[in-house]
Every structure is written in structure tokens, then in C-alpha cells.
Design a protein. Structure first.
Length: 370
């Protein structure tokens, strides 16, 4: 393995300049082999999670590759997310790799929730098809995104609206009351399971979709009401967003995961506490990121436009991304040259100890072959 180094990168975006407090909207850490300019580098970003110290950074640098763990202006700021500006910020990172780091080949890495975000970047860099967030215009800079060369999906959710909807608790009867429960849709009601019947699963999944649609319809109605008074947006809270049936029933989408566990422990405790995704939104953020009807953060339309060689990697003990998710990503990719690899490990590849080494080797081997 090679020695490696990392540097802090902090730059402006075409649609956002340096903040009055001093920080730039786009920040990250660039990992590279010591005293070397790699020909190929990966870039990874997330909707809101800080990816600057991404766990793969040093592993890829040790293997001779560059790795830019990149943050957009929305790091830690999910409630105000707008896709068009996030893509422009990712574009600033790609441009930095090309013009400042001297990289010839840029690889998109879509990891965890960032999978559909990075797929959206690659898709829109090939020609803009997305529509602006309601009440806004698409910035000119969205048409200047630099196309990248390869796509890797690593333990990735299919899309932001898809993952939230599959995690939604449809038994909530009042969106303002986190304790309201319809027992006919309660996954913890003993008569319902687990194990869950096919009839209950179908009814539950349909109710999850309907909950997403109800919130979207309310957002449009509320947006129109606010505009009539001269206001442009408002915030609202969501509750109970950690209720995927697969967490409690290992017969659904079987894998080696530990049943009865989510990323932060007991799914029931997580669901009834303010610990899930999508808990705070503005109307525009919901429509931009979470809505099944309106969001351009759904993965499939973007994946279908990716024709570059692609690698899909999924860990077999993941408690939040499941085998069917990886298969859906693989099937949706428009690439003729694509590969799906199932590997041992949890979502973050923290266990077993060799998981991150093995995945880094897998990526390095694939990069050297394409």
C-alpha cells in the first residue's frame, strides 16, 4: 500500500459565494497518494451528510487513486435542500478535480443516500431534463456541468423519495401527532405480524405511497395559499419515518442482516423519536427531494441515462439498503458494461474488519479493467 495525504478544499459555487462568516459553500477533503498526481479520482457527496472524511478516502489513496469527499452547501442542512443547487456544487468539485488536481478521469461514487444524488449529477451533466423547484428558475450554471467517466453505486438507496416512502409509517393518522396510530396498519400490532402476510404487506406499501402523495398535495395547496399572501415558503415537521417492514421481518427481501435493528438500534424507538430522515422540511424541499410525484431525486430516470461503465456494490448485512434495492439500481442503469457485486459487511462496512479493504480492492480492480 502507498503512503497517502489529504488536503482541505474550500471553494465557491457558481450560485453561492463565500459566507459572511468566512466559509465557502463547497468544502471537502482530497485524498491522494503522497507526491503523486493520480490519473483517476473518485468524488462522493450526499444530500446532507458530511462526506469530507468518507471512510473510503484513505483506502483509495493507498491504492493509487484520488478521492474527493465532497460537501455541498446543504451539508447538515437537509431542511433547505434544492437539487439544482446541489448539482451545481458537485459540478464545482468535478471542475476542481479536473483543473486543480490534474485528474484525467473522474469517477462518480454514489454511496448510501448519495446514490441518487450522484446519479442525478451524471444524468444532468449529459443534458438537463429536470424541471425547476416550484416558484424558482433553473440557474444557468446547471447547463455547464462537466460529464464524468464512470459510475459506482455503493450500498446506495434507489432514490430519496423511494427510501423515505419505504421507511414511512403509514399508520400515523394525524401528521401533527407523532403518537397517533391506526392499529390496522401498525407493524407492531401482534395480529399484523411479524411475520407479515402478503395481504398486509401490500396494504401497508400502498398506504405508504398514499401518505407521500397526501403530503405532496398539501404542499402544493399550502404553497398556493402562501403565494396569495406574498410569502414564498414555510417549514413543517414530519414524524414516524423509520418503519420499513423489512426491519422486523427477515423473510421480506432476505439477506444476512440482523432483524430488529436499524442504523441507530431499535426501529420502534427510532420511529417514535425524532431520529429519522425527512423530519424537517420546507414546502420546496419536500417537492424537490421527497415527493414521489414531483422530485427529481428519484433514481431510476437518472440511472437509465447513465451509459458509462458502472459498478454496483451491495453489502449483505445492510439494515437499510436491501438486495432488491441493489438489483433495481443495476437493472435501471443504461450501461451496457455493468457489474453487480454482493459483499460481506454492514451498511458502512465497519464489520467485518476486512470489509473496507475488500471493497477498496474490488473498486481498484474494476477501475483498472475499464
Amino acid at each position: 500500500m502507498r503512503d497517502w495525504q489529504r488536503i482541505f478544499v474550500s471553494i465557491a459555487s457558481p450560485t453561492s459565494t463565500r459566507n459572511g462568516a468566512g466559509f465557502f459553500p463547497c468544502q471537502g477533503l482530497y485524498y491522494s497518494p503522497t507526491n503523486d498526481i493520480p490519473r483517476t479520482a473518485l468524488i462522493a457527496a450526499h444530500y446532507n451528510v458530511d462526506f469530507s472524511e468518507h471512510y473510503l478516502g484513505k483506502y483509495m489513496a493507498e491504492r493509487g487513486y484520488g478521492f474527493l469527499g465532497w460537501n455541498t452547501r446543504f451539508r447538515g442542512n437537509e431542511a433547505f435542500f434544492l437539487l439544482e443547487h446541489a448539482l451545481i456544487d458537485i459540478g464545482a468539485g468535478v471542475k476542481w478535480l479536473k483543473e486543480e488536481a490534474g485528474v484525467e478521469r473522474v469517477v462518480i461514487l454514489g454511496n448510501s443516500g448519495g446514490g441518487s444524488l450522484m446519479a442525478a449529477y451524471q444524468s444532468q451533466s449529459q443534458g438537463v431534463t429536470m424541471k425547476p423547484t416550484p416558484g424558482l428558475d433553473l440557474p444557468d450554471a446547471i447547463y455547464d456541468l462537466i460529464e464524468t467517466d464512470l459510475y459506482i453505486s455503493l450500498c446506495a438507496h434507489l432514490g430519496r423519495p423511494e427510501v423515505l416512502t419505504s421507511w414511512f409509517d403509514p399508520s400515523i393518522t394525524d401528521e401533527t401527532d407523532p403518537l397517533s396510530v391506526d392499529p390496522e396498519l401498525n407493524m407492531y400490532e401482534s395480529k399484523n405480524g411479524p411475520p407479515y402476510s402478503n395481504e398486509f404487506i401490500s396494504r401497508y406499501r400502498q398506504a405508504q405511497v398514499m401518505r407521500n402523495h397526501r403530503i405532496t398535495d398539501w404542499c402544493h395547496s399550502e404553497f398556493n395559499r402562501l403565494q396569495a399572501t406574498g410569502l414564498s415558503d414555510r417549514a413543517f415537521n414530519l414524524y414516524r419515518t423509520w418503519a420499513d417492514l423489512r426491519l422486523m421481518d427477515g423473510n421480506i427481501d432476505p439477506s444476512n442482516r440482523e432483524v430488529g435493528k436499524c442504523y441507530i438500534g431499535d426501529p420502534r424507538v427510532a420511529n417514535f423519536n425524532p431520529r429519522g430522515i425527512g423530519l424537517t422540511n420546507t414546502l420546496r424541499t419536500w417537492l424537490s427531494m421527497w415527493s414521489l410525484k414531483d422530485s427529481h431525486c428519484r433514481g431510476t430516470p437518472h440511472l437509465q441515462r447513465i451509459t458509462q461503465p458502472a459498478l454496483v456494490i451491495q453489502s449483505d448485512s445492510d439494515n437499510g439498503v436491501f438486495p432488491s434495492d441493489a438489483r433495481a439500481i443495476f437493472d435501471a442503469l443504461g450501461s451496457e458494461k455493468k457489474k453487480l457485486e454482493m459483499v460481506g459487511g454492514d451498511h458502512y462496512l465497519q464489520a467485518p474488519e476486512t470489509a473496507r479493504h475488500r471493497v477498496a480492492n474490488l473498486i481498484a480492480e474494476w477501475l483498472s479493467s475499464v
